[in-house]
Design a protein around this ligand. Structure first.
Ligand code: GDG
Length: 485
């Protein structure tokens, strides 16, 4: 890469902004749905750069080089660089270590964790592959931004191969207490890998604290807990809490479009109830879908006045379908929806509308607009962007956000009605309150929520990293006494 080119951002994540699908006519590029994509893609579209990611397909051959594609199609703004994975790698690294060890561990589902050495080895190999592709894309002056638990070892690889490269890392899910982390046989490797970065971000201060305690206890690193700095191998690593924001104005604009409003109106007419509740998420056991359905059923049992008058739309986006825990959950959710509908449907009335598919963005905003009550009740969630998107879409300041106290977003979103998703009876009572909440109370709460989501939007979030990097670049102080050197 030429030194004369302007510095660019190289985003690195397991799944990127696009999935590649082989068709008879060649490779088709399909936009991907994820929180990260929603937040960061607009930035790359505006500023250009590269997104290094697995394209979601099986590599055609063992050593395929990986495609480089200008995206979006028709109006290219940045480059999508594929890291091709073989069938074995997908199975062992993706379905295996990341989604059957790290994901449940970080969400406190220890009973769902599977620790297998060959899955760990695949994780090590795939992280090396991602690091190699990143080094091919990044120039000396570029900034590399690595994302999430899939790629915890990439920062140390990059540091080793190119010590001066500027690096951010953002961890999008909860970071567990070291008591829990210690159950993972390779926990110290994960910590060492992450310490290759310059700036490490989490959504919440609680996750920062867990990380700092883990490196202090498990690696013996010197830590300034107050300043959020780890001293490691003659370097300082800045660790901070920056809850991700959304593109508030984009949601407001979409919600203001006549087509979206008309679609929302049509949806309400089709369902034909007084009060409409909505939930949208990947079909994942952390999201509390089953518990929410049980609470909805309890509501209809205990508060029969809602029968015929309130319905729930549950959008469950297919996710990780090769992992047994997800397949099992799908069966349980579908059986539960079937039972509730057979118990309480009457004439044209149906209490639950269940969709196992993703919606196009425009359609999603129409659903947000149609919903009087948004139920976001994960058992544990790093943050949760859906809650923020609902808030941003409610231009007339009506609507109620019911939010789990175990979603990271609950710390920011004062004005939401908080629930404990493990307490089915309690949740049913809160659904009752939310469905019956008056306009004045709704609007008071939504104003508070919108103020927060508007101020701490995606631009604020990106800026936090730039500021943290600027602080790091201004440093010249003594870093002697670092452990791990
Ligand atoms: C992880 C962490 C953290 C969802 N359904 C549809 C759709 N989505 C979009 C939403 C939102 C994103 O996907 C989901 O983001 P969440 O934050 O709610 O949840 P995760 O996917 O689990 O994300 C989470 C996040 O990373 C960011 O750091 O907040 O805690 O688990 O943007 O809009 N988009 C479309 N159709 C759908 O049906 N178009």
């Amino acid at each position: 890469m030429s030194q004369k080119q302007p510095a660019k951002i190289v985003m690195v994540s397991n799944r990127g902004s696009y999935n590649l699908q082989a068709t008879r006519d060649g490779i088709q590029v399909v936009p991907a749905i994820s929180g990260l994509v929603s937040a960061v893609e607009p930035f790359l579209r505006e500023k250009g750069g590269v997104w290094v990611a697995w394209g979601g397909r099986e590599a055609p051959q063992e050593n395929s080089p990986g495609l480089r594609l200008p995206v979006p199609e028709g109006n290219p703004a940045y480059t999508f660089r594929e890291v091709p994975l073989t069938a074995d790698e997908i199975n062992l690294y993706y379905h295996g270590f990341t989604n059957s060890a790290l994901w449940p561990l970080c969400h406190y589902f220890l009973e769902k964790c599977r620790y297998e050495v060959r899955e760990w080895s695949a994780y090590v190999d795939v992280n090396a592959k991602f690091a190699a592709a990143t080094l091919e894309e990044a120039g000396e002056r570029d900034t590399v931004w690595v994302n999430d638990y899939h790629l915890a070892l990439v920062p140390a690889h990059l540091r080793h191969r190119r010590p001066q490269l500027k690096q951010f890392f953002f961890w999008h899910i909860p970071f567990p207490h070291h008591d829990l982390l210690a159950t993972l046989p390779w926990a110290t490797h994960i910590l060492r890998g992450l310490l290759g970065t310059d700036v490490l971000g989490f959504h919440l201060q609680a996750y920062v604290d867990n990380f700092l305690q883990a490196v202090a206890h498990m690696l013996g690193a010197r830590v300034d807990f107050e300043a959020g700095i780890v001293f490691w191998e003659q370097r300082r690593i800045h660790v901070g809490a920056w809850p991700m924001g959304i593109d508030y104005q984009a949601f407001q604009r979409q919600a203001a479009s006549p087509a979206t409003m008309a679609r929302a109106q049509k949806l309400r007419e089709q369902i034909g109830v007084e009060r409409l509740a909505l939930s949208v998420e990947r079909l994942d056991y952390t999201k509390g879908i089953l518990e929410r359905l049980l609470a909805w059923e309890r509501l209809l049992e205990e508060a029969p006045e809602w029968r015929g008058r309130a319905a729930l739309i549950q959008v469950a986006v297919p996710s990780r379908t090769a992992v047994p825990a997800y397949r099992q959950l799908k069966e349980q959710v579908e059986a539960t929806v079937g039972r509730i509908n057979s118990r309480f449907s009457d004439g044209n009335y149906q209490p639950v509308y269940y969709f196992w598919r993703g919606l196009p963005r425009r359609e999603l905003v129409a659903y947000y607009l149609a919903a009087d009550v948004m139920l976001v009740t994960p058992l544990r969630d790093g943050l949760n962007l859906v809650a923020k998107e609902y808030v941003a879409s409610r231009r007339d300041q009506t609507g109620v956000l019911v939010l789990s106290r175990f979603a990271g977003a609950a710390q920011e979103l004062k004005g939401a009605v908080l629930v404990n998703p493990y307490d089915i009876d309690g949740m049913a009572m809160i659904f009752n309150t939310a469905l019956g909440m008056g306009r004045a109370e709704q609007s008071k709460r939504l104003q508070l929520l919108q103020e927060r989501v508007r101020r701490h939007d995606v631009h604020w979030w990106m800026n936090c990293f730039h500021q943290a990097m600027a602080v790091r670049e201004g440093e010249t102080g003594d870093v002697s006494g670092s452990a791990g050197s």
